[in-house]
Design a protein around this ligand. Structure first.
Ligand SMILES: Nc1nc2c(ncn2[C@@H]2O[C@H](COP(=O)(O)OP(=O)(O)OP(=O)(O)O)[C@@H](O)[C@H]2O)c(=O)[nH]1
Ligand SMILES: [Mg+2]
Length: 307
């Protein structure tokens, strides 16, 4: 039976790469749900972060960022996944990095709006990174984008500094429909634990290794054991595509891998509130990014990549 005392809705966060979508999901849910890095295309699939208070349950759908001209198969599949998720949402946040050029942002809007009609569901315009931008620029950008689409509201925020994010959350609570909750009140992320922990390690790879290398890497949780003393033992494999990449991931005397492991373990211990024994192994598999199993675990459609 429909419960009119509770509300429940899906809020999709959509936008160009690096605009701060995952940072916003983490701020709004108050949890580390989705990984963040200064590099583009950090998020590879749909991650659902759950916010619950006494009345409202909002499922924030974080998506892989859009790029103008995707070439690689992984990029195309990721972007297609984003577009396909649009119809699952009650509300959409079109989120951009307001600190980059207005021309680039308007182009992003045109690219995205050509694929999905942003006015077909209630869509907010969210200008992020206002900590780096002058007010006049923000107002100009907001005006131009509002000319192009009938946004139901515009928010200017800094996800990094949690500035304006509470107002956005309050507004969203008014927009989501009445309905029964879909998750338990203490659920924070709708992603299997093994994938979630692999994501945490992938974030450390993005943040510790330079340039293009992280794009050629994936992480798999191979085993997970809950020990009787409450601690968790996790074995993960870091797949690289070339033998020389293995050396770079390891670093001199294993220095890089040690740092990645320490950073990841620290995060995992905070998240799970218990001691974590994390063991990382590096393996070469030149074809990991062409295997359908990989895409399947991530809920990405491998066979269809026409955008
Ligand atoms: N100055 C500033 N930096 C921000 C803000 N929000 C996010 N960032 C930074 O922007 C970078 C990208 O953030 P993400 O949250 O990973 O961006 P994303 O949109 O999820 O990126 P993809 O997953 O690659 O599409 C990170 O270095 C963040 O710390 C903000 O409000 N201000
Ligand atoms: Mg992201």
């Amino acid at each position: 039976m429909l419960d009119l005392k509770t509300k429940c809705g899906f809020v999709l966060i959509l936008g160009p790469v690096n605009s701060g979508k995952s940072t916003l999901v983490n701020v709004l849910t108050g949890n580390k749900v989705s990984i963040v890095s200064p590099k583009v295309h950090t998020t590879r699939t749909i991650i659902k972060g759950i916010y619950t208070d006494k009345i409202n349950q909002i499922i924030f759908i974080d998506t892989p960022g859009i790029i103008d001209n995707p070439k690689k198969k992984l990029e195309k599949s990721m972007i297609l996944t984003t577009y396909n998720s649009f119809n699952d949402a009650d509300v959409c946040l079109f989120m951009i990095d307001s600190s980059i050029s207005e021309e680039v942002n308007l182009n992003y809007f045109d690219v995205i709006n050509a694929k999905i009609n942003l006015s077909s569901i209630p869509t907010y315009l969210v200008l992020n990174k206002i900590d780096k931008v002058k007010k006049e620029k923000l107002l100009g950008l907001s005006k131009e984008l509002n000319k192009r689409n009938n946004f139901i509201n515009t928010f200017m925020i800094s996800s990094l500094k949690s500035d304006g994010t509470n107002d956005l959350l309050s507004d969203l609570k008014n927009k989501i429909p009445f309905g029964n909750w879909l998750f338990n009140e203490d659920d924070i992320v709708d992603l299997p634990e093994r994938l979630y922990t692999a994501e945490i390690t992938r974030e450390k790879i993005f943040n510790n290794l330079r340039d293009e290398l992280p794009y050629n890497i994936t992480v798999e949780t191979e085993s997970w054991v809950n020990n009787s003393d409450g601690s968790i033992k996790i074995d993960q494999i870091i797949y690289v595509t070339r033998p020389n990449h293995k050396g770079i991931v390891l670093g001199k005397s294993g220095k890089n891998l040690k740092k990645i492991g320490e950073d990841s373990r620290r995060d995992l211990e905070n998240i799970f509130g218990t001691k974590v024994h994390l063991y990382l192994y590096v393996k070469v598999d030149s074809k990991w990014n062409q295997k359908s199993e990989y895409y399947k675990t991530w809920g990405i459609n491998f066979t269809k990549t026409e955008i």
